[in-house]
Design a binder for this molecule. Sequence first.
Ligand code: NAD
Length: 316
Amino acid sequence: MAQVKTIAVIGAGIMGRGIAHAAAIGGYRTILEDLLPTALRRAESEIRANLDKAVELGKVSSPDADAAFRRLEYAGSVEDAAREADLVIEAVPEEMESKIEIFTLLDKICRPATILASNTSSLSVTEIASVTYRAKKCVGMHFFNPVHKMMLLEVVRALETDDDALATALEVGKRMGREVVVIKESPGFITSRINAMIGNEAFYMLQEGIASAADIDKALKLGLNHPMGPFELVDLVGLDTRLNILEYLHKSLGEKYRPAPLLVQYVKAGRLGRKSGRGVYEYPEGAATAKTADSAPSETVLAVSRQVSSSTSHGA
Ligand SMILES: NC(=O)c1ccc[n+]([C@@H]2O[C@H](COP(=O)([O-])OP(=O)(O)OC[C@H]3O[C@@H](n4cnc5c(N)ncnc54)[C@H](O)[C@@H]3O)[C@@H](O)[C@H]2O)c1
């Protein structure tokens, strides 16, 4: 099994910064990179805040949190981040062209033994790996949002992934404190395939006027015991990310995954969820409350938002 000491994380958005946090806590020298300097600054302050919170809750000791923070480095280019890495985890947007661009570059920069992992929620790691000369060293490592709270890791074995790369991904996942499941590559793996279906059905219901967003969320939480409603979840995941996943599942698995027109419209309108301040619900600046975008009464909405802020179970 490959010895991993240094991990590079490419993309410092919602997932990249969480993966970097988990890697640093796991004892790895961790180098985080993004195209946007603002994303790196935001990542640094969020990781610090999440480490402080973990100390406050007694989950990590203060010296361990400080040591993890010191293990983090920030790079302004993929070259600087990946040159010395033993493992690279890519977390750029869920578009095949972006993944292929990054893997082509990584294959040139990284040492031959370096393992290349993608945090894709649904795409074919076999297809991403095919642009490299090291397909056997490519693997899927699908983390969940928010990474510092969600303990599952889906490790995806692509067509050419060898035993060594798979064993390394499992070992790193365990050191990051994850519970791991191994999946033979298939679109959407286990979780995204099921979750995209539930979320899409919820958008069809909203579009058909069957119930308000808040009531659909309430029904799934109180009637089916889901920790979050499908709209609370998609606002957290990002409507654009969910749409990309559905488009891919539709293309690869067929008609039942066709994205709901209302979801497509929301994305066109820039309603991407919490990250843009408005998705299905609204997120007024600085407030921890979510205001519904349709006709639910305000008390219901506030009750929903309180549960959103205390809930922890999410996936793309
Ligand atoms: N959001 C979720 O809940 C979730 C959960 C599991 C997996 N994922 C997967 O993780 C990946 C990232 O999703 P996200 O939600 O973090 O997206 P995001 O939009 O929050 O972050 C993506 C980041 O990548 C950066 N980026 C774009 N192109 C880049 C490039 N060429 N080089 C370096 N950085 C670049 C962007 O500036 C941005 O900061 C996707 O594949 C997604 O499907 C997302």
